[in-house]
Design a protein around this ligand. Structure first.
Ligand code: GCB
Length: 604
């Protein structure tokens, strides 16, 4: 899916700003033909939850309504008009002047709805009904229930089957797009790189809405010089003396694709950035441009004060600056695809990304203590009853469709901590891995993020993963406070994985300890800043002793908001930065370690 850009043929009008907003009274549907009656102001893009003093709204499970006026200028009236949402969390029904123009389910990927039949030049009313409800058919997975209030209303409740606050609303940009009727619908760029010859054969596949018209492709280098040209809906273009996209040393080319009429006039034009790099898994190593890469970085969240999960570009810029400052090189989009703006930024900055679908909560009964299900029986019927397969396929399709051209993306993560220690998981996941491989033109490695209970003995899906990504909390949820015992158990498990899969690279995609900044302990007590430093020092020592261990992404970059619970103190406090991005002591310790570890050939 193309990112919205102004070009010589296209106009993007931002609909960000203050919208009108109303919470729907449970069980009392509204008629979208009528304007909102007593609305409040709400900012877009942002989650609605932290913009209010109304506790009921902050914790509202159900429907909310957004509304605003849109003036369509005469000059755009001949083009195809559509509304484009960067995301609407988690489900949206969109109306223009009270007329339904479309619907989308899935809270972390963009969608575009044509509106010409419902809109007119001049004033229009845009209305969006949003649901933040989650259940056993959705991703993420929620535990849905209903109660009845005194007035007889059915009140929905969602108990998150995962560890982050269910921030919702119009979390990303909303735009009006005016595009030609005969237009470019999608562009797929697939480079075949010959590292030895320093050349690339780049296929630029252009999809158009109509069969008429011919395609011209111009490739420009980073200094905007034309380096090659091609023609046709499948343009094969050869590049000599290429510049590679490298971790922390990004180099971007641009493909300018033009759809021309037979008379040579421009029907549509769009420019897509792309990078040249290879990714491969070989002999227990993760190779970028044929060199063994070592992941240093984080699991993150889109989570900031006030904006909630809403797009916060200043926070994105700061987070990547902090990441680079620490000597890190990568992060995972835990636990959902992040904004398109963040992905474009990572391409530019040379940040290596593990891109994850919102498949989180695929386990019977989430608990803050992720080790609590250690003894859940292997023959639990969970995977035979699960109803998320359709949503999961759609999420994979939409993530890869959106992010396939990003040089920064090197791995697709198809789930976070599914219960793969329970029988039946393999049948659920095998078709999803197949689908991801079919969809990705670059054939990136695929994985799922393995939960603690899915040990080398109990796990049922690791054969599907190209790289073993483990979330482990030795010294936190288990062997709490005993780092010596934790080191022994962690080493044993890693050795067992390596023995089981001598050619698969292994990395940690989570490990961490909740820490309250300013809390100190001379006795190395959990929650103190000292314990967090010692916890990371213990882990580092273990990692350095495992040959096929190719990366450490800790949990979490920053403290983040969760639902309430006795295991959470105003959210999850495993950040090495607090929520305001102020460093805890561990940030300094880790910066020293990571600055001394090269991006390549660390283990050689
Ligand atoms: C996990 C989850 C993550 C939690 C984390 C924790 O395993 O993947 O979403 O926040 O543990 O802190 O418990």
């Amino acid at each position: 899916m193309l990112y919205p850009l102004n070009t010589e043929t296209r106009t993007v009008l931002s609909l960000n700003g203050i919208w009108q907003f109303q919470m729907q009274v449970p069980d009392e549907p509204r008629d979208p033909k009528q304007p909102l009656t007593d609305p409040d102001n709400i900012a877009v893009p942002a989650s609605f939850n932290d913009q209010t003093t109304n506790l009921k709204l902050r914790h509202h499970d159900g429907y909310v309504w957004y509304e605003r006026q849109l003036t369509i200028p005469h000059v755009l009236s001949e083009q195809r008009l559509s509304l484009r949402f960067g995301s609407a969390t988690h489900e949206a029904w969109v109306y223009v002047n009270g007329i339904a123009v479309g619907h989308h389910k899935g809270g972390f990927t963009p969608f575009e709805l044509p509106i010409n039949d419902a809109a007119h030049v001049g004033e229009n009313r845009i209305t969006v009904k949003i649901s933040n409800l989650l259940d056993d058919t959705t991703l993420p997975v929620g535990n849905y229930s209903e109660t009845t209030d005194d007035a007889g209303h059915r009140i929905p409740h969602v108990d998150e089957n995962f560890d982050f606050f269910n921030y919702a609303g119009l979390n990303r940009n909303v735009d009006l797009l005016a595009t030609p009727w005969n237009r470019l619908e999608d562009i797929t760029i697939t480079p075949q790189i010959d590292l030895k010859a320093n050349t690339a054969d780049v296929t630029v596949h252009s999809e158009t809405t109509q069969a008429s018209g011919r395609i011209q492709v111009i490739l420009r280098d980073a200094s905007d010089t034309v380096v090659a040209t091609g023609t046709g809906r499948d343009s094969a273009i050869h590049l000599d003396q290429i510049h590679l996209w490298q971790p922390l040393n990004a180099y971007l080319y641009h493909a300018q694709v033009t759809l021309l009429a037979e008379d040579g006039s421009v029907l549509d034009s769009y420019t897509e950035p792309f990078g040249l790099r290879t990714v491969a898994v070989k002999a227990g190593q993760f190779l970028i441009n044929d060199r063994p890469f070592y992941f240093k970085g984080f699991g993150k969240h889109e989570d900031t004060y006030i904006n909630g999960r809403g797009l916060n570009e200043a926070a994105n810029v700061l987070d990547l600056n902090l990441l680079k400052h620490m000597g890190a090189n990568s992060f995972r989009t835990s636990h959902y695809p992040y904004s398109e703006e963040m992905m474009r930024l990572c391409d530019r900055e040379g940040i290596v990304v593990i891109d994850e679908v919102p498949a989180v909560g695929l386990m019977p009964g989430f608990d803050f203590n992720v080790s609590s299900k250690a003894n859940s029986p292997k023959n639990n019927p969970y995977w035979h009853q699960v109803k998320t397969q359709a949503a999961h396929q759609q999420a994979i399709q939409e993530m890869i469709g959106r992010d396939k051209n990003h040089a920064s993306v090197v791995i697709w993560s198809l789930a976070n901590e599914p219960a793969t220690h329970i029988e039946g998981a393999h049948d659920y996941f095998a078709p999803l891995f197949k689908l991801a491989k079919q969809l990705d033109p670059q054939q990136r490695p695929c994985t799922y993020i393995n939960i603690m209970m899915a040990t080398p003995k109990r796990d049922t899906c690791s054969d599907l993963a190209d790289i073993l990504c483990l979330n482990r909390y030795y010294g936190w949820y288990i062997q709490t406070g005993d780092l010596d015992a934790a080191a022994v158990a962690e080493t044993q498990e890693l050795q067992a994985w390596q023995a089981k899969y001598p050619t698969k690279p292994i990395m940690f995609t989570e490990f961490g300890a909740d820490t309250l900044p300013g809390l100190h302990s001379a006795y190395n007590e959990p929650f103190s800043e000292e314990y967090q430093v010692n916890y990371y020092a213990m882990n580092a020592k273990v990692f350095d002793g495992i040959t096929n261990f190719v990366g450490e992404q800790l949990w979490n970059f920053a403290d983040f908001q969760t639902k309430v619970g006795i295991g959470r103190v105003q959210g999850n406090r495993k950040g090495i930065f607090n929520r305001a991005r102020e460093p805890k002591a561990a940030a300094t310790w880790l910066a020293h370690r990571w600055q001394a570890i090269p991006n390549f050939n660390y283990k050689n």
